[in-house]
Design a protein around this ligand. Sequence first.
Ligand code: AMP
Ligand code: GLY
Length: 426
Amino acid sequence: MKVLVVGNGGREHALAWKLLQSKQIEQVTCVPGNGGTATMSRCQNLPLKVDDFEGISQFAQKEGISLVVVGPEVPLANGISDYLLSRGLMVFGPTKAGAQIEASKAWAKALMQEAGIPTAHAAVFNQATAAISYVKEHGVPIVVKVDGLAAGKGVIVAQKLDRAIEAIEAIFQGQFGSAGRFVVIEEYLKGQEVSVLALTDGFTIRPLLPAQDHKRIGEGDTGENTGGMGAYAPAPIATPKLMERIQKQVLEKAIAALRKKGIDYRGVLYAGLMITPDGDFKVLEFNCRFGDPETQVILPLLETPLEELILACIEQRLAQMPPIAWKPGAAATVVAASAGYPGTYEKNKAIVGILEAEAQGAIVFHAGTKLQEQKLLTDGGRVLNVTGVGENIEQALARAYAGIKCINFEGMYYRRDIGHRLKRIG
Ligand code: AMP
Ligand code: GLY
């Protein structure tokens, strides 16, 4: 079986890597892929844009691709699944209608309210004056969210009133283009975040291992938000009891609400949850895809062949599958980023030490890298995801850090405290 993976991040490298562990998978093509997918055996890159639906479809038909797995949210929100399905291809990832759950925070909030899914109180606005009055009335801290996709930059957690007002004004002045036509203003929640990614065929929904991401650039969870600087799984804060409640009160309700709207959702539903200090939880957001870097710590622990699960979702027979099998132990990943990320950064720095990191037992997923004249160069903000697997999270983290210490490129930055919240659990 030949598979095509859409995307070029660490998540897509991990998806291709996992798929290729199965004997069923002959070859994986990544569109456009990165330096890691270019050099992995039985894997190749196809230099098309992720929004070139026609190019992707023509290649898939010509090459006899049996399955397309879509990584990022943007092509899903733009209807890549609808397009490929209409050309008779098998696609893993929701249609444009389903992807609204990530592409419009106002739409997702309404769905959660209709379905009775626990979530932060919120109100939606389409102009600044009313939004500012609401913020003044409710006080800070408060959270201002751009409705549409904003590459992780559309959420402002305002500790001061001025900051919230400034954010609202900037959004309605067009800072985020049409993504900012609506603003969601939300109650600020305290607690620890956990990512619950689940696979669904539109009827049955099954969670993967819970993971914890580290979204801020700085140690101690300080500084700007990023796409994610490190993660581990399984996250102990999501106890089996809590996972049962999340299954009933979030995942099953969301899939039923989507079905009620006539949306046939097959793919990943990712719930970003806040576990509040009283041990309760609320949904912060839904994503319509695998998380990045959560995927890089979940897939190394997955025992069931990934393509079997994906095909069961597409063919709507997830309920008949045996329980998802996991390897014992834990995984952790540390992101090596370019100097300046998540602001401006330089590219094209030579990367050294990956083989040495692998010799230390780390798995190195490439994110923003490219292969140029046989040289591996940086090509993005998040460059590598150095991953460790071990008997427990501490061992997994030690392997990831032993690996990352072998790697270097000019300006390389990484957080040295991934997993720091684990200590608070005891
Ligand atoms: P989102 O894209 O909605 O996950 O938001 C990005 C980040 O902003 C989250 O990972 C949280 O760290 C933070 N955040 C979002 N909503 C809230 C909230 N209601 N209370 C506190 N922090 C939030
Ligand atoms: N790691 C956060 C995300 O994938 O959205």
